[in-house]
Design a protein around this ligand. Structure first.
Ligand code: JHZ
Ligand code: SAH
Ligand code: ZN
Length: 405
């Protein structure tokens, strides 16, 4: 049954366009002996008829997702380490003696670069375990959820920020109004708020429905971001398409009137309008393609099991929770998943209860097929795992559609 849900940006009415059913917390990997019942919520997506923001219909309380045991480590990919080092380099070349604040700095993958260069900075990171890792490499970090009150305190003690940065964090925050109020408080007159998140256009184009899970509350587009920023005196002044994490956009906001809007913003806005990027009908079609992917993936894995082929999963991603639980895939179809994150190893995937093993299990011996759940890191993983292919192994991918290669 569909109930009336209001947009978290403008209070407009949401129209439901996709339903991925009952889902667990995507990053709640369970110890096998755990007796407590798992937390589930309804993963459905709606689009606002007024401001066009695409968002979840149900919110998961933030402390259930982000806590001292939060397992995701941003430094786990060499491509991402280089990506964030590149951003730090850019900040250092564009600003002299800046104050940089990062929301969701995780293990310090970006701020570590600024800390080593002696740039004044502060990370705001509520997940204690990853925040400790950032601190261990010299990052100044406060273990809190950023919101407007925290921004006021930082402004009072450290002064205005030149750059506020948030990678794969803003889209995680349903209470985004408090964040933007905080940004408006903390940002210096010429400062910029730069954030990057999965791009609605790429998710729809690639049918990457696994970008939708508890932590990804919003799916931004240039149009919805521009409308979201306006009430806080902020303007969208630049956008940049990023290839990382399966297709993202890096948005730059500045105080109204402080900077000119780039041609890239006008082009992306025009592009989105021409495509009808947030049309309910287009989003329903996307949901239909996701259902096709589910049916084909389950059919393929079932056939492989019947043929007696061996299958493993590669990358116990947060994204995989949506795939596994939406498809009803368990250890009968994928007996184990390998992952380099120590905190995930020896545990079970949420909801689907597939054991997670260290990367050495992959070649002991190689399976016949491997489902690439970390498909956004395909280039990095293919390079590292060339021997798997040479040994006759084949990758199973499901973005943009199910295929074996
Ligand atoms: P990866 C998380 O999503 C959660 P996930 C979060 N909501 C988000 O937005 C993004 O990150 C940024 C492993 N791995 O990056 C490490 C290998 O085993 O796709 C990770 O567990 N071998 C904050 O979890 C996982 O795969 C490898 O060679 O979907 C990758 O997770 C590499 C490169 C990774 O993000
Ligand atoms: N920036 C990193 C980390 C992304 S993980 C990267 O791109 O890889 C998202 C992080 O946001 C988590 O570490 C989580 O603890 C943090 N987070 C969630 N809500 C937050 C908030 N209100 N303020 C600051 N960080 C938050
Ligand atoms: Zn709205």
């Amino acid at each position: 049954m569909e109930i009336d849900v209001c947009c978290r940006i403008c209070s407009g009415r949401l129209e439901q366009v996709a339903d991925f059913g009952r889902q667990p917390l995507s990053d709640a990997f369970r110890v096998p002996a755990e007796q407590r019942a798992e937390f589930f919520f309804r993963l459905a997506v709606g689009v606002c008829g007024s401001c066009s923001m695409v968002q979840l219909m149900e919110e998961v309380p933030r402390d259930r997702m982000f806590h001292d045991g939060y397992p995701y480590l941003s430094s786990g990919s060499s491509v991402m380490r280089a990506h964030f080092a590149g951003f730090a380099e850019r900040v250092m070349s564009e600003w002299s003696d800046p104050f940089v604040v990062e929301l969701g700095c995780n293990d310090g993958v970006m701020l570590g670069n600024l800390a080593r260069a002696g740039v004044r900075h502060l990370g705001v990171e509520p997940s204690g375990g990853v925040a400790d890792r950032a601190a261990a490499q010299g990052v100044r970090v406060c273990k809190e959820f950023f919101e407007s009150g925290v921004a006021e305190r930082i402004r009072a003690t450290d002064g205005p920020a030149d750059v506020i940065y948030a990678a794969n964090t803003l889209c995680h925050i349903p209470y985004v109004g408090s964040i933007l109020r905080g940004v408006a408080t903390l940002l210096g007159p010429e400062g910029v708020f730069v954030f990057e998140d999965p791009y609605l256009g790429d998710v729809v184009r690639l049918t990457s429905f696994d970008q939708i899970y508890d932590e990804h509350f919003f799916l931004f587009s240039a149009g919805s971001v521009q409308r979201m920023a306006a009430p806080y005196g902020l303007e969208l002044v630049d956008v940049e398409r990023l290839a990382v994490h399966g297709g993202e956009v890096r948005y730059t906001l500045a105080r109204k009137g402080a900077r000119d809007q780039s041609a890239a913003v006008r082009e992306l806005l025009a592009d989105e309008a021409a495509q009808g990027i947030a049309d309910a009908a287009a989003l329903r079609a996307f949901a239909g393609r996701a259902a096709d992917t589910r049916d084909r993936l389950v059919a393929l894995l079932t056939e492989l099991r019947e043929r007696g082929a061996s299958v493993a999963g590669y990358g116990a991603t947060a994204k995989s929770a949506t795939v596994l639980n939406y498809c009803g895939i368990g250890p009968d179809l994928i007996p184990f998943i390998v992952d380099t994150t120590q905190a995930k190893q020896g545990r079970l995937t949420p909801g689907s209860h597939i054991p997670i093993r260290g990367p050495e299990a992959f070649r002991d011996p190689y399976p016949d097929y491997a489902v690439l759940f970390a498909w956004n890191h395909a280039a990095e993983i293919m390079t590292k795992e060339q021997e798997f292919r040479e040994a006759g192994g084949q990758w199973i991918r499901y973005v943009p559609e199910v295929h074996v290669a």
